[in-house]
Design a binder for this molecule. Structure first.
Ligand SMILES: *Cc1c(COP(=O)(O)O)cnc(C)c1O
Length: 385
């Protein structure tokens, strides 16, 4: 599925975009902390907010290689990447079509900021391409998707979306955070702009905030022109930590994905669980499209506790698996969307979106699956009503 790349995936993770230590020949990239660089007799005028210090510039090469694009940019958060990408291509009077189920922060950005700039938007009824088409208007500039989506792991057909966009000369953007570049490369399916919250799998250790965009050189150039005005560049230390994290990206995500498959099978067979949402299960409505467009099915899943299990008690009694608003770290975590990410919606609105009180989103880590299963078993026992 993936275009053949010159280097293997782990070689890319470890070596592409290294900053060479020519002076001392150290094995890892030195950090260039300077915020001040010469402007005379230089090819590049470097400055942190110009996104072109040595560590920033080199790390972008690794990210572009991972997403199979020409170029990339890195940001101080996923939202800095999302807002910079959207505002780079939108002006007053433009219109955007956005997938119904997207990350809460992206939803808030759109509904609380776009009116101020006179940018129009429409949300689809579902993640099906048929629901995007009728919303496309004369002034539509962007189709924005997220697949797999949060929290029910819905799957959007990337190739179908890209085809509709190309017919109408519209740009496509994807939030590729949940899949990570290991499990999905949207550029290969014709999606133009690929966005990540690098706070999640790319960082992977629940200890850095960062964002990334991968795209063609021309699109990156246009985003860059807006990004330098918005100023969401990443600090040098964090660039360096992100580079270090990406060296193990493939190892981590592969191990997490293998674990997630085991957990999905276990949960699906468990009589205390009413439903499991994981694109890798044959029972999942998104399975066939996911199999076509994903390298593998990812390490995020959701499940619904049956009504005889108290969801709060269940979470409180988990000992190994932590409760966490965030996701994608090496440690397994759960969150109750009804009580956290979707708490501001009414119960009716939540049910419309398929989010019941017993729904648990599960970010599967690298612990041994038998330990995770034992933890869930004992928590279920204690939470029986
Ligand atoms: C976390 C997240 C974001 C936002 O990223 P930040 O780094 O928190 O700004 C965007 N999209 C998805 C899918 C996320 O999980």
């Amino acid at each position: 599925m993936k275009d053949s790349k010159k280097l293997g995936i782990n070689t890319t993770c470890v070596h592409v975009g290294e900053v060479k230590d020519k002076q001392f020949k150290g094995a890892v990239s030195p950090i260039y902390m300077a915020t001040s660089y010469a402007f005379d007799n230089v090819d590049v005028k470097r400055y942190p907010r110009y996104y072109n210090t040595p560590n920033q510039e080199m790390l972008c090469k690794k990210i572009a290689a991972l997403e199979n694009t020409e170029d990339a940019l890195i940001f101080s958060s996923g939202m800095a990447a999302i807002s910079s990408a959207m505002l780079a291509f939108l002006k007053r009077g433009d219109h955007v079509v956005i997938q119904q189920v997207i990350y809460g922060g992206t939803y808030n950005f759109i509904v609380s900021e776009f009116d101020k700039y006179g940018i129009e938007y429409s949300f689809t009824e579902s993640d099906k391409v048929e629901d995007f088409i009728p919303l496309v208007k004369e002034n539509t500039k962007i189709l924005y998707i997220e697949t797999p989506s949060n929290p029910l792991l819905g799957i959007t057909d990337m190739q179908a979306i890209a085809d509709v966009a190309k017919e109408n000369e519209i740009l496509t953007m994807i939030d590729n955070t949940f899949a990570s570049p290991i499990n999905q490369n949207p550029y290969n399916f014709g999606i133009d702009i690929i966005i990540h919250s690098a706070t999640k799998y790319m960082g992977g250790h629940s200890d850095i905030s960062a964002g990334a965009i991968a795209a063609s050189a021309a699109h990156i150039e246009q985003i860059w022109k807006t990004a330098i005005n918005l100023g969401g560049n990443l600090s040098e230390q964090t660039v360096w930590l992100l580079e270090r994290s990406l060296k193990t990206l493939n190892l981590r995500v592969k191990a997490q994905t293998e674990n997630a498959k085991i957990m999905a099978d276990y949960l699906e067979a468990n009589s205390n669980i009413d439903a499991v949402y994981y694109p890798g299960l044959k029972s999942n409505p998104g399975f066939e499209i996911a199999a076509k467009q994903m390298e593998d099915f990812g390490a995020m899943l959701s499940f619904e506790l049956s009504e005889n299990i108290d969801p709060m008690e269940f979470q409180r009694n988990l000992q190994l698996i932590k409760s966490s608003m965030s996701l994608a770290g090496l440690e397994s975590t759960t969150v109750s969307p009804a009580q956290t990410t979707h708490a501001l919606l009414s119960e009716e609105q939540r049910l419309e979106r398929g989010i019941k009180d017993g729904l648990i989103r599960f970010s599967v880590g690298i612990e041994e699956s038998e330990d995770l299963i034992a933890d869930i078993e004992q928590a279920i026992k204690k939470a029986k009503i």
